[in-house]
Ligand binder design. Structure first.
Ligand code: GDP
Length: 172
């Protein structure tokens, strides 16, 4: 008998242009747009993944461009189970920006939220402007996982959702 999927709310955080919408589009629709127009308005997408005998529905909320004004509504964070904090490995400033996002998450997000830090644009690793060791150390200091992704090549994208699920449900 099929059991109803377990619902998991995931929010994306990170500076504008780091690839948040692209990661979601790659994960949900296996698609990539190199001239990605900024998302306007509320942005929600869902995707189901199977884990042995558990079915998880990821309800994914993207900032929809609001991060530019630093005015993410409180309901964005409400009841979130997991957060993906994204930076662009070629832009040092976007890594520094994570500290601001982490503070915001600590102030407004649920206390027990699971966090993964995604160093995106792994396909441009020859232009890497951040130290992965520093990123790993920061992730560790906030109890988060650290992974690299490329929405362009699909490197590591589904894996960050699998890692979050494993963090939330250690038995799977
Ligand atoms: P957001 O503002 O954080 O949602 O970022 P977008 O998803 O709109 O992406 C910003 C720009 O970066 C777009 O031009 C994307 O095509 C590009 N981009 C996103 N992910 C990647 C990636 O993994 N590699 C490369 N080379 N470009 C990417």
């Amino acid at each position: 008998m099929n059991k109803a999927p377990v619902q998991v709310k995931v929010v994306l955080l990170g500076d504008s242009g780091v690839g948040k919408s692209s990661i979601v589009l790659r994960f949900v629709a296996d698609n990539f747009k190199s001239d990605g127009e900024a998302t306007i308005g509320a942005s929600y997408m869902g995707k189901i993944l199977q884990f042995n005998d558990k079915t998880i529905k990821f309800n994914i909320w993207d900032t929809a461009g609001q991060e530019r004004y630093h005015s993410l509504a409180k309901m964005y964070y409400r009841d979130a189970n997991a957060a993906i904090m994204v930076y662009d490995i070629t832009k040092k400033g976007s890594f520094e920006g994570l500290k601001k996002w982490q503070k915001e998450l600590a102030d407004f997000g649920p206390k027990d939220i699971s966090i993964i830090i995604a160093g995106n644009k792994e396909d441009l690793v020859e232009c890497e402007a951040t130290s992965p060791e520093e990123a790993k150390a920061f992730a560790k200091s906030i109890g988060a996982l650290y992974k690299k992704t490329s929405a362009k090549t699909n490197y590591g994208v589904e894996q960050i959702f699998r890692d979050l699920a494993a963090k939330l449900f250690p038995e799977i």
